[in-house]
Design a protein around this ligand. Structure first.
Ligand code: SAH
Length: 244
């Protein structure tokens, strides 16, 4: 029996935002592996083994998935949004790099999903319509100084910015430092979008000026978009014009 490993993105939350190829891969899976809330989005069925795990063990989870695929199982590793954006796909390739050489010959595919940034941008209008960057504000895997440096340089380059993992209970102060940095360099009228739980029943899209932005407006279910100097409002929409 030949096993396979699919690393799939479930999108931001809504069933309608799961791509047909991801739905098909889930239908054909023998095993689904991922962080508990993501695995719980996969409906159980006869013959399907679900392996929910804690988020802190990404590399262990990747190794487990590779071992199951090598033993002949049809494994799907699930991430929210897109699996290549601050998620499991890189962890799987890191495990392949460090693992036995036969893992390099496994049938591995990455299936894209709608990442939070794109779902949030669409809900607000078109704030990422010109050049932009995405920055993970969590310092779990990198020093926070590097986060601040990237934000500073992105401001200098006048990118619109999408911030993932803006704020958690274990690190409530860092997003406040990022807001201070923005306030020092971008001016009080810069547009900021707090997009929470996009595409779920809890969706909340809040558009404010930088002078009104508060750290408490973000949590771990929020994607923050900071406009460039050209980002503007038209009615209830926010957009960035395509010419700089
Ligand atoms: N792979 C995921 C991102 C994982 S990092 C993706 O491509 O979307 C987790 C962060 O993504 C959260 O802290 C939040 O900033 C963002 N996020 C994920 N789903 C979201 C949603 N439905 N609404 C708003 N932000 C979301």
């Amino acid at each position: 029996m030949t096993g396979s490993l699919v690393i799939a993105g479930l999108g931001p939350g809504a069933e309608a935002m799961v791509t047909p190829e991801v739905a098909l891969a889930l239908d054909r899976a023998s095993d689904v592996i991922g962080y508990i809330p993501y695995v719980s989005r996969v409906p159980p069925r006869e013959g399907l083994r679900l392996h929910p795990s804690d988020n802190r063990v990404e590399l262990d989870r990747a190794v487990h998935a590779l071992e199951l695929a090598a033993s002949g199982r049809r494994v799907v590793v699930v991430s929210s949004g897109d699996p290549g954006v601050f998620a499991m796909a890189s962890a799987v390739f890191e495990a392949v790099e460090q693992g036995p050489s036969h893992w390099r010959d496994l049938d591995i595919r990455v299936l894209p999903g709608i990442t939070a940034m794109l779902a949030a941008a669409a809900a607000a209008g078109a704030p990422l319509g010109h050049d932009f960057c995405a920055i993970n504000l969590s310092d779990n895997l990198k020093p926070f100084d590097l986060v601040l440096k990237r934000v500073r340089l992105a401001l200098e380059a006048d990118f619109a910015m999408a911030f993932y993992n803006p704020r958690s209970q274990s690190r409530p102060h860092q997003f406040a430092s990022v807001l201070d940095l923005l306030q020092a360099h971008a001016g009080p009228e810069r547009l900021v979008i707090f997009a929470r739980a996009v595409s779920t029943p809890d969706q909340d899209i809040r558009v404010v000026r930088l002078r009104e932005a508060l750290p408490e407006m973000a949590d771990m279910r929020t994607l923050v978009i900071v406009g460039s100097s050209a980002t503007r409002q038209v009615g209830r929409f926010v957009y960035t014009p395509r010419r700089a």
